[in-house]
Design a protein around this ligand. Structure first.
Ligand code: ATP
Length: 429
């Protein structure tokens, strides 16, 4: 691929149950349309004949169940056809989940057990295709008229909002192959770091808060409850990462665990969960199309996500630069900072730092280039248990005049004066 020359219209004929795997080039978008037949991108059907615009760097596959002809216009990094995919096994999982959703819908809402739809959690190592499988299951369910809740626990490469967050949102329509998850009203909790090891305790507390909130929403909404949830997780599956997976499975009361591409993880989970008889642990194959990303690519992807939050996927949003007095805003961080090493303490003493302590922060130049969350908390002691309204990006700190300049999605006053900082920085490019 990747000829990079001017107009490059090309047609690709796909046989049944095969897919066209594409990496859009770095510099220009790619236009693509379905000429005939039927095809889908990660579970969402393509409209016939309408040109779709895919932004640079996007990696995706156009899959067909019965055959299709695709037309592409533009340069790609790679594009190739694959006829070996795990799609049949994925859609079989969907069929089983669908049956469970129908049974849940048909049950009396008073029976809290049988009216609960499947709670699916997708686990596996990095680059095993967890987000992609989650997305397919959600889109197929939405196509069937269900409204599953998507829960994203991946603070590194999540797909609901910016990195450093865990979040949930109802999926009411198949997910748009270009725009991704709709961002109308996601429920977002701010953790503030791209890896859970910064503050494992806080991560767990936030997972608990999020699950409690969804539980309450399900109580008041039989339709959501019957549709269940699909939970995407992080690729960290060893040591503490494994403990966090178990914590998530139990906190969300997941009853279907889909393990992508890892024999060992699957048998470990089967083993510990066998005493919890209502949990099915299912091993699924990783797709050969999943693109591996190294640390640098991941860091870049995080940066693009933050940019997208403020400027939109194709620069279609115009964020506002605002100025506030130091005295108008209250910035907090969670946790006592790096804990004192045990070796520095008297023998027998425990490190005193409380990982979930909310600590006020003086506004100074340290905040420059940080992304801060705007909390819905009404009091500082509600900060951990509150979800966030959105984010701001600190672009200037004027110590002399005690003014802070920040970028926000819109002009006007922030929904709250309580801001949370973590270690999430961004360099606008
Ligand atoms: P993480 O390590 O961040 O947890 P993951 O396991 O969730 O990653 P995905 O994000 O689903 O993996 O996939 C990684 C990349 O591969 C994504 O850009 C995705 O769009 C791409 N991808 C997944 N499946 C295919 C496919 N069949 N063909 C082409 N690209 C694909």
């Amino acid at each position: 691929g990747g000829s990079g020359s001017a107009s490059t219209i090309k047609q690709v004929k796909l046989e049944r149950e095969s897919e066209l795997r594409i990496e859009v080039g770095n510099d220009a978008p790619l236009r693509l349309r379905l000429l005939n037949g039927t095809a889908e991108i990660f579970g969402t059907e393509l409209p016939p004949e309408i040109w779709l615009n895919f932004p640079p760097r996007l990696k995706f596959a156009v899959f067909t169940w019965f055959g299709a002809t695709i037309e592409m216009d533009g340069a790609t990094e790679t594009d190739y056809t694959a006829d070996e995919t795990p799609m049949v096994s994925y859609v079989n999982v969907h069929a089983i989940l669908d049956g469970r959703r129908s049974r849940a819908k048909a049950s009396s809402p008073d029976d809290s057990e049988s009216s609960q739809g499947p709670r699916v959690i997708v686990v596996g190592p990095t680059d095993s295709g967890k987000s992609t499988l989650s997305r397919m299951l959600l889109s197929w369910a939405a196509k069937q008229g269900c409204k599953p809740t998507f829960v994203d626990l991946d603070i590194g490469q999540g797909s609901i909002t910016i990195p450093g967050c865990i979040a949930a949102t109802p999926i009411e329509m198949p997910i748009d192959p270009v725009e991704g998850i709709p961002l109308e009203m996601p429920l977002v909790y701010f953790y503030g770091h791209a890896t859970p090891s910064n503050n494992v305790e806080l991560y767990k507390v936030l997972v608990k808060e999020l699950s409690g909130m969804i539980e309450r929403q399900f109580t008041g909404n039989a339709e959501s409850r019957a549709s269940g949830m699909v939970i995407n997780t992080m690729g960290w599956i060893e040591g503490v990462g494994y403990d966090l997976l178990l914590h998530a499975i139990r906190t969300f009361k997941a009853n279907v665990v889909l393990v992508l591409g890892q024999e060992k993880l699957c048998s470990m989970l089967k083993d510990v969960l066998k005493t919890e008889p209502k949990v099915d642990v299912v091993k699924l194959q990783r797709s050969g199309g999943v693109v591996s990303r190294n640390a640098k690519v991941r860091q870049k992807a995080r940066s693009y996500r933050i940019r997208e939050y403020f400027y939109g996927l194709s620069n279609d949003l115009s964020p506002h630069s605002n100025i506030a007095n130091f005295s108008d805003l209250f910035v907090y961080r969670v946790g006592g900072g790096p804990q004192a090493p045990r070796s520095a303490l008297p023998i027998g003493a425990e490190p005193a730092a409380d990982p979930t302590r909310v600590v006020p922060v003086n506004i100074n130049r340290d905040l420059l280039h940080l992304v801060l969350a705007v909390s819905f908390a009404k009091e500082p002691d509600e900060i951990i248990s509150s979800n966030v309204a959105g984010f701001i990006y600190v672009t200037d700190i004027d110590i002399q005049r005690k003014k802070i300049t920040y970028l926000a999605p819109s002009a006007g006053e922030l929904p709250s004066k309580y801001l949370i900082m973590g270690s999430l920085t961004w360099l606008e490019t």
